[in-house]
Write a protein that binds this ligand. Structure first.
Ligand code: HEC
Ligand code: HEC
Ligand code: HEC
Ligand code: HEC
Ligand code: HEC
Ligand code: HEC
Length: 303
């Protein structure tokens, strides 16, 4: 396009004044069209910034008054502006201030600045999993919090479950396309990894997460295997999973596997958790304590 435009310009010099006038008209016409197109294109970007502050005029309380309705953290949460792209247009891709001369890093001193994992979610140290959730809740009954810590920090029955057993892996960290995407909705995606999908004895699990009921179903982990209970644990209720929930009797807590109440060799009705060690001695001790959590819920029967 530019080439033809310049050709027109060049050619126009050779033409007589009348023709030149026409050319001039066309060039102006062309320019108006281009400017209009550019403007329409840019205004989409502008629209995204409409609620963003104008240069030098962030509202009162924006900077450091965390209780203010104008606080920037609240703005980011309310508008799902999590990618921080808006902020970066003025404050620079490195958050050091850009054209504003006002750096994010003076306050956000942790590594990564405002991209530090635990700024938006996660505990004060360690993993980035909630608590704290995006809405800053620490309550287990809050969907963003749920039983993350039971899977990750204080697991009773198994080794830590990795983030990528429930979420896509975030190679590249904050800017990974699996993290926020271009238009984040503030809701984490659940994508089950290899453990939940482990097939055993002809059963291939088809795990699902139902956000309305806050339940997982058809996961290998919670007993979708022969003689397992195929339980539907509730993410926001820690008591929904006990010894006996995934295999055995959820009411008595006896873990001896059975299918619809029917015991099958080599498991017998008289077994208790003190019996298991006889055959599963690498996993569980004579007191019925799981002493090698790495081998329990690891996708293999260890006996
Ligand atoms: C249109 C340009 C522009 C955009 C977009 C922008 N800022 Fe700013 N910001 C500025 C300017 C200019 C200053 C310094 C002058 C001032 O304090 O008003 C500033 C200052 C600040 C300050 C310091 C205020 C204080 O009281 O110390 C914070 C915090 C801040 N911006 C956060 C953000 C965040 C978070 C975003 C993204 C949601 C953002 N800004 C987007 C231009 C911008
Ligand atoms: C004057 C100090 C200050 C500056 C400058 C500042 N912030 Fe913050 N920011 C805070 C405080 C305080 C919090 C609240 C932290 C908390 O709740 O633990 C916060 C929270 C946030 C959050 C978390 C939002 C949430 O709801 O979880 C983000 C994201 C953020 N800031 C981005 C930025 C960006 C981007 C810049 C630079 C453009 C910036 N901040 C500059 C003080 C600052
Ligand atoms: C056992 C499965 C599981 C594991 C393991 C897991 N998560 Fe989650 N995560 C969930 C579920 C379920 C939700 C809620 C999804 C929803 O809101 O629909 C969630 C939500 C989140 C959210 C959004 C919180 C909010 O406020 O909405 C973040 C952030 C998160 N997880 C981070 C992590 C990180 C980091 C790890 C690893 C350290 C991890 N998760 C491990 C199941 C898991
Ligand atoms: C500026 C805020 C912010 C920061 C900083 C941040 N996250 Fe997130 N994170 C989110 C939001 C928002 C979601 C919900 C995803 C969505 O909206 O699509 C999320 C979701 C997640 C999830 C759940 C899976 C998913 O992608 O939906 C994981 C895991 C996660 N973050 C890990 C991290 C890690 C690791 C870091 C540090 C490298 C980090 N986050 C830094 C805001 C943040
Ligand atoms: C007499 C030896 C023996 C004892 C005692 C025993 N198991 Fe097993 N268990 C096995 C064998 C062998 C398998 C593998 C069965 C197969 O591959 O089909 C197995 C498999 C399992 C499985 C995988 C699901 C299945 O049945 O395929 C679970 C769960 C299990 N055992 C739990 C227990 C628990 C809990 C106890 C104690 C209450 C226990 N077992 C006691 C021998 C035993
Ligand atoms: C979250 C679900 C869950 C809970 C709760 C659970 N198990 Fe298991 N258990 C499994 C799965 C899945 C297997 C299948 C083998 C594997 O992947 O380790 C298994 C297998 C076993 C085995 C066979 C050895 C092996 O390979 O792991 C024993 C023994 C066992 N469980 C004992 C117990 C006892 C005792 C309790 C209660 C203290 C318990 N389990 C609670 C999921 C669970």
């Amino acid at each position: 396009m530019m080439k033809t435009y310049f050709n027109k310009l060049k050619n126009s010099k050779k033409l007589n004044s009348e023709k030149n006038g026409m050319k001039f008209f066309y060039i102006i016409y062309f320019l108006i069209i281009s400017v209009t197109l550019t403007y329409v294109g840019c205004s989409e970007v502008q629209n995204n910034l409409v609620t963003a502050p104008e240069i030098g005029t962030h509202p009162d309380g924006w900077g450091s008054d965390t209780g203010s309705v104008n606080f920037h953290g609240k703005y980011i949460y309310d508008n799902n502006a999590w990618t921080l792209t808006q902020c970066k247009t003025c404050h620079g891709g490195d958050y050091k201030g850009g054209v504003t001369g006002s750096s994010c890093l003076t306050c956000h001193t942790s590594s990564g600045g405002p991209q530090n994992c635990r700024l938006c979610h996660g505990g004060t140290s360690g993993h980035a999993n909630p608590p704290k959730a995006l809405n800053h809740s620490n309550d287990v009954q809050s969907l963003g919090v749920g039983v993350h810590v039971y899977h990750l920090d204080s697991t009773k029955y198994s080794a830590d479950v990795e983030c990528n057993e429930c979420h896509l892996s975030l190679t590249g960290g904050f800017n990974s396309p699996n993290h926020l995407g271009e238009n984040p909705d503030g809701i984490a995606e659940i994508n089950f990894g290899t453990l939940a999908l482990t097939s055993m004895g002809g059963i291939t699990p088809d795990p699902t997460w139902d956000r309305n009921t806050a339940t997982c179903s058809n996961t290998y982990c919670h007993g979708n295997f022969p003689e397992g209970n195929n339980a539907t644990p509730i993410w926001t209720d820690p008591s929904s999973t006990q010894c006996g929930s995934c295999h055995g009797d959820p009411d008595t807590g006896n873990p001896t596997p059975r299918t619809n109440g029917v015991f099958m060799k080599p498991h017998f009705a008289f077994f208790t958790s003190q019996t298991c060690y006889v055959c599963h001695g690498t996993v569980i001790n004579p007191e019925g304590m799981i002493y090698d959590k790495e081998l329990h819920v690891n996708g293999e029967i260890n006996y």
